[in-house]
Design a protein around this ligand. Sequence first.
Ligand SMILES: C[S@@+](CC[C@H](N)C(=O)[O-])C[C@H]1O[C@@H](n2cnc3c(N)ncnc32)[C@H](O)[C@@H]1O
Length: 315
Amino acid sequence: MPFRRFLDVALYDVDHGFYRSGGQAGRRGDFLTSPEVGPLFGHVVARALDAEWDRLGQPDPFTVVDAGAGPGTLARAVLAARPRCAEVMDYVAVESSAAQRESHPAGVRSQAELPETMIGVVLANELLDNLPFVPVRHHNGEWEQAVVDAKDEELVLGWHLLDEVPAIDPVVGQAVYQPAAAAWLRQATEIVERGRVIVIDYCRWQSTDVEIRTYAQHGRAGSPLEHIGLKDITVDVDLSQLEAVMPASSIRSQADWLASHGIDELVEEGRRVWEASASVGDLAALRMRSRIREAEALLDPEGLGGFTVAEWVIS
Ligand SMILES: C[S@@+](CC[C@H](N)C(=O)[O-])C[C@H]1O[C@@H](n2cnc3c(N)ncnc32)[C@H](O)[C@@H]1O
């Protein structure tokens, strides 16, 4: 077998006998994303959208791009929260998977590509960790990329010269090159005439801390080159490679970002409504109670609360 790029092999789909696209990387199926925890996350996002709409002087239309929208769970929650900007909001759910696009709700524009130009917000929740990446090392003064070869029916890792220079400090030695994430950010910051790009993901500040992980059946799953196609593969997003595209305007934890957009107020409102109508126990009251549990998951510093929110303001 001729050598193949590391990720092509790691993403081989044994059931279907083809190489899955980079879009299948990530940790779906084994953990919930923030929008999947419940509607509270989308409610806070709706507040953040209103804040940006106000900052921009309430433009009409106000475009919101939900990049890597999955089945549209965040879109549903944002629409249900009825932000003030909804009257002029053009919600574009950008999703590469046609099957996922079929599930997008009414009231959103569903498409596979980013729009060409816009005023508003591009938000990517857990998209960048899904994009293809390349393990690299700086060796004898040159950058090499990991490749996979077959030897005696076993897959072995080797190194081939990389024909580009990654935006990574050579002193790190071994790293994970993320050209697709950088290209996505470049495109997103170019299409926004005024507004902001928000990336929410599991990130690391330094290339040396970035880790490739595999998951299966709700747990870690060892080497990506064993049991190929039966596990999800994912990588921390390397903030230093994103900042080489454009320095971020702000970088903070998801817990801090949600707090700055009023998650505590929404939880308190939920608690009050629940206490006032607990005896009735109707669906609306139960939804309000569920905000308390949702907030715990979204703010957990060891879980979703520890994710990073990086923002690029384009004025
Ligand atoms: C981990 S899911 C996150 C879904 C959603 N944002 C959420 O938080 O629940 C990543 C999604 O991004 C999609 N995706 C991957 N690469 C993409 C690309 N280049 N453009 C648009 N969508 C992409 C995948 O198909 C998948 O639905």
